[in-house]
Design a protein around this ligand. Structure first.
Ligand code: ASP
Ligand code: MG
Length: 458
């Protein structure tokens, strides 16, 4: 008798049923780029895809300036800026679309947004309204892309981000909540392979239109990737991945093939402009690899960010300026406990994150970049000791895997830094970071010296 062999159950790979592809402003900023995005999102149809789009490049800046003009009571400037923006969208439509009927459709869709901006000119301006203005960019880019897909006969569904993206009263998003709203929407379209949605925009705890802060479309992409348990979160930009140093400042740089989430988070936070720093945590917590890819060079390897670092040693240098150093000096700190707690509580009270910290027996130096409450913070620190504030500093972060244990690293680092006055050094906080505080006007020089000293590049 032949024994019936039951087929072994296929354990579906939990994450292999959805891919997120996010395209930034420059990737959709010209009609021909948008055509190319349509090609990129349809070339591999083995998985359903959610495409997250930014506003066309320049649009969010323009919307910010409209809001600024209105808040200054300058309606005339706001009006002319709106008309210029509208003209830009009209010429964009003419090159994006071929058929007369799709052009008319797109113009009609854009008209709704420009009518809304026209209404705003006539009513009294407030903060909630400014968020509504900012949301127009992503709403328009996704609609234009959708009309183009339709004209090209590409089946897709437009997902309204305002129906599933949200932040709480502290402006924090929650993956489970987003999932709870997103999944039922996706389930309504079981046979659709391509979804398009807006980056950046969301609803806040009061149900109003809000956003995830400038550059927040990356954050949308990773939150959606976490919510949909995606196989990968692809961030498409106009550079071939994260580079070992700032290409705008140093001559020679190269893309980094692999980074761990921790390394990528440090680099993004400390100034690598390619990725919004908050976009790492959802991917990391839900174990979703992030790929940084280049729209202009789709075959380039880009950067792969996952739980594994890939290699040891120094990987990259990034710098962030606009840093303020706060130094609290007190002999009462000597042998006292509870001193640091009291200092940290002041920063906590004013919701001001601390980036770097170093201590000696009689002083604490720390850095912040959010100066909104600096005066109040200094007033409350004064009773603990002499408090000194130095503005105009830059943090230079040297990031890699186990760099602290890498042979010669520190000696090469300090040798390279010899000409620059270093105000603070933070080393040992994690195995993948050494941070230096230098005057802002020495930042470029520091990046160049380290490029030579650590990578042997000019
Ligand atoms: N359009 C928004 C901005 O320019 C969000 C983004 O592009 O990530 O900040
Ligand atoms: Mg961006």
């Amino acid at each position: 008798m032949v024994k019936a062999v039951s087929p072994s159950p296929i354990t579906p790979f939990k994450n292999a049923f959805m891919k997120i592809m996010k395209f930034g402003g420059t990737s959709v900023g010209k009609p021909e780029r948008m055509h190319q995005v349509a090609q990129l999102v349809t070339r591999d149809e083995s998985e359903p895809r959610i495409v997250v789009l930014s506003a066309l490049s320049g649009t969010t800046n323009t919307l910010v300036s409209i809001g600024d003009a209105l808040s200054n009571g300058d309606r005339e400037t706001a009006r002319t800026t709106i008309s210029k923006l509208e003209a830009h969208y009209h010429s964009f439509i003419d090159s994006l679309l071929q058929k007369q009927e799709s052009r008319e459709k797109a113009r009609g869709l854009m008209a709704e947004h420009f009518e809304f901006l026209g209404v705003i000119l006539r009513i009294s301006f407030n903060d909630a309204l400014s968020k509504d203005i900012l949301a127009q960019g992503e709403l328009m880019s996704t609609k234009l892309f959708s009309v183009y897909l339709e004209e090209s006969g590409i089946r897709h569904e437009l997902l309204p981000a305002l129906e599933f993206m949200s932040i709480d009263a502290y402006e924090e998003p929650h993956v489970e909540e987003i999932r709870g709203r997103l999944m039922p929407i996706l389930d309504r379209h079981p046979d659709v392979g391509l979804f398009v949605t807006q980056g950046y925009i969301c609803r806040n705890a009061r149900g109003e239109v809000d956003n995830l802060k400038r550059g927040g479309s990356d954050y949308t992409a990773s939150l959606v990737a976490a919510a949909a348990e995606a196989s990968v979160c692809e961030i498409w930009t106009d550079i071939d991945g994260m580079h070992n140093n700032d290409p705008r400042i140093v001559g020679k740089t190269f893309p980094i093939e692999r980074l761990s989430f921790d390394e990528a988070a440090e680099l993004a936070y400390f100034g690598a402009k390619i990725l919004h720093p908050a976009s790492i945590w959802p991917a990391q917590r839900y174990g979703i690899p992030v790929r940084l890819l280049n729209t202009m060079e789709p075959e380039a390897k880009g950067t792969w960010i996952s739980g594994e670092a890939g290699s040891k040693g120094v990987k990259a240098i990034a710098a962030k300026d606009g840093i303020v150093e706060v130094r609290i000096k007190s002999s009462r700190m000597l042998l006292a406990y509870g001193f640091l707690r009291k200092i940290f509580e002041v920063f906590e009270k004013y919701r001001t994150p601390i980036d770097m910290i170093t201590t000696s027996e009689v002083a604490v130096s720390l850095t912040i970049d959010n100066v909104a409450n600096l005066d109040a913070i200094v007033r409350e620190l004064q009773p603990f000791g002499d408090t000194e504030v130095t503005r105009g500093q830059a943090i230079v972060a040297i990031v890699g895997n186990e760099i602290a244990q890498t042979k010669d690293m520190l000696s090469r680092l300090f040798q390279a830094m010899e000409p620059v006055p270093v105000r603070m050094v933070s080393y040992g906080g994690s195995a993948h970071n050494v941070s230096l505080l230098v005057p802002e006007d020495r930042k470029a020089e520091t990046l160049r010296l380290l490029n030579k000293g650590l990578f042997g590049l000019d």
